[in-house]
Design a binder for this molecule. Structure first.
Ligand SMILES: N[C@@H](CCC(=O)N[C@@H](CS)C(=O)NCC(=O)O)C(=O)O
Length: 193
């Protein structure tokens, strides 16, 4: 049985939850409050106790992109990575392009007002590069997969920095397509009460 330690609103955790559901894998949820991390979480992923953390039997695997690639290698059904080496290289390059957007969104969530303009500039610059990599139709690498799942929680997070609001036409259409996935809608959403 797979167990996922996660926080509901954490975009990195949203990646893992989307992937688990897209692959049809059963998983047990251990939801935490980031402000009061349980000691197990600090012990599993020191020093900060960052989530997501996947537990698969005896194996403890932190970090959304490490988990993502582990799940693809370990659980082959419903593959979400390109079959060819070049496709997988392009996927990893997209992960690199998404990282600055994720970092900027993190600063916007936690930093003070003085950090805001620079973080917004970085988010916009990252989206601009991603816009160039986004096809007119389909998903980032043609078929829907990990690259889309890695980007969705960050691209859909802040209305004022949404691709549509910033005029990134191809990314805005991609955002509509990716939002039609039930797993994305389920996990990139305010907590249903
Ligand atoms: N590189 C990690 C980043 C995960 C991360 O930053 N998670 C945040 C929550 S969104 C966290 O647990 N931060 C530690 C804290 O808030 O103390 C990943 O991809 O999973």
């Amino acid at each position: 049985m797979l167990t996922l330690w996660h926080a509901w609103g954490c975009p990195y955790c949203q990646r893992t939850r989307i992937q688990l559901d897209e692959k049809g894998l059963a998983w047990e949820s251990r939801e935490i409050d980031l402000a009061r991390k349980p000691p197990e979480v600090l012990a599993m992923n020191p020093p900060l106790g960052g989530v997501p953390i996947l537990v698969d039997g005896d194996a403890v695997i932190p970090d959304s992109l490490v988990i993502a690639q582990y799940l693809e290698e370990r659980y082959g059904e419903v593959p979400l990575v390109p079959r060819d080496a070049l496709g997988r290289a392009r996927m990893r390059l997209l992960f690199e392009r998404i990282a600055p957007l994720a970092a900027a969104i993190g600063v916007l969530a936690k930093g003070g007002p003085e950090a805001r303009p620079e973080a917004e500039r970085r988010a916009r610059a990252a989206l601009e590069l991603l816009e160039r990599e986004t096809p007119e139709d389909g998903f980032l690498l043609g078929a829907y997969g990990l690259a889309d799942i890695a980007l969705a929680p960050f691209a859909l997070r802040r209305p004022e920095l949404s691709p549509a609001a910033l005029g990134f036409v191809r990314l805005a259409r991609w955002a509509e397509r990716v939002s039609s996935r039930p797993a994305v809608r389920r996990h990139v959403a305010p907590r249903a009460s």
